[in-house]
Ligand binder design. Structure first.
Ligand code: 9UX
Length: 71
């Protein structure tokens, strides 16, 4: 299991962070996710053998936001 932090851009209200959370939660291999609206980031724990960084970022983008990681 891998734990990572991602900076998330574009979130301005609680419904935004919920949309990000829902989109990422749908991915197979997600163990846990916590989106922080005020800090503009999210922490995710996932199985790196079935889920990739690129797929996580794509899921955030599909919800209409942006994500980057450098942690
Ligand atoms: Mo809140 Mo976010 O009304 O795209 S859902 S701003």
């Amino acid at each position: 299991m891998k734990k990572e932090k991602y900076d998330v851009t574009g979130m301005t209200c609680a419904a935004c962070s919920l949309a990000v959370e829902k989109s990422v939660k749908k991915l197979e291999g997600v163990d846990g996710i916590s989106v922080n609206l005020l800090q503009n980031n999210m922490n995710i724990s996932y199985d790196e053998s079935i889920l990739s960084r690129e797929e996580i970022i794509k899921a955030v983008e599909n919800a209409g936001y942006g994500a980057t990681t450098h942690y």
